[in-house]
Design a protein around this ligand. Sequence first.
Ligand code: CAA
Length: 295
Amino acid sequence: MKNITVIGAGTMGNGIAHVFAMNGYQVALADVSREALDKGLATIEKNLARMVAKEKISQESQDATLQRIRTFTDTAQAVREAELVVEAATENVGLKLKIFQQMDQHAPDSAILATNTSSISITKIAAATRRPSQVIGMHFMNPVPVMKLVEVIRGYATSDETAARIMSLSENLGKIPVEVNDYPGFISNRILMPMINEAIYALFEGVAGVEEIDTVMKLGMAHPMGPLQLADFIGLDVCLSILHVLYSGFGNPKYAPCPLLVNMATAGKLGVKSGEGFYSYGHGSKELIVADTFK
Ligand code: CAA
């Protein structure tokens, strides 16, 4: 494969485009507006410059990577020559089904259609296309240029050939792919989200404060971020929506989201992206400051 299309230039989409382009693939990056594309490209440039400053790549490699990325505001045009399309749009079922129908209509018949969804059923997305055997989950982790894992999710109809091609392509990106089956939350979020939810319950019940909970997990379990900081990083709205998928998918009350998470998401306290979650952000320093509500 040489030609890859990435749909969505947000946090995940620009990271995915960055990694493909840096590994020599021609990337068509699509989003609905020129502003979204410019913002995505600026992030890629900033992250590449950081790698140059740390002498992980050369200046020439940064320039060549950026030259391999073309941008589009029209999905049909962006997928026309794709051998693989990776969809990384907003986590909304209706939107994803619509994008997959468009991709199916305009991408070459031989193209594989992948989604970076963190929890929506691959089988359901595949059923919206005429090529379910060529639909697969390719779940990158944030920050994409840093995290080694690609969770490769096989839908009910995904063929062995599609899975094998995506496993080997992920290795070509310098990642470590792990193949899993399509059940709610896959493996990553089936395990991660109950941990985050339990940390929020512990805070809600007054067992310990924000910093104490995160410190236990960072120093006691060697997690790079505590669960509350990680929830802020992922986005509390995203955590809530994944817990809903687990809760409704398994019908088991153990996945019921903590009322504090529900309240925070409803109040727009979404973590890093809104400026406040369990911690407050936007004060211009890397220091972790607990949000006033939890002091
Ligand atoms: N692009 C490129 N490089 C980046 C980067 C980015 N966006 N962000 C950080 N880096 C690099 C830095 O340059 C640095 O490189 P060196 O080690 O060579 O110096 C390295 O990553 C570490 O960065 P920092 O020193 O700035 O900060 P840190 O040590 O606190 O690490 C972190 C930052 C990598 C994000 C780390 O805190 C971490 O691993 N956190 C947990 C991340 C995680 O769990 N992600 C998964 C979230 S779940 C998900 O994505 C899926 C889902 O479905 C919800």
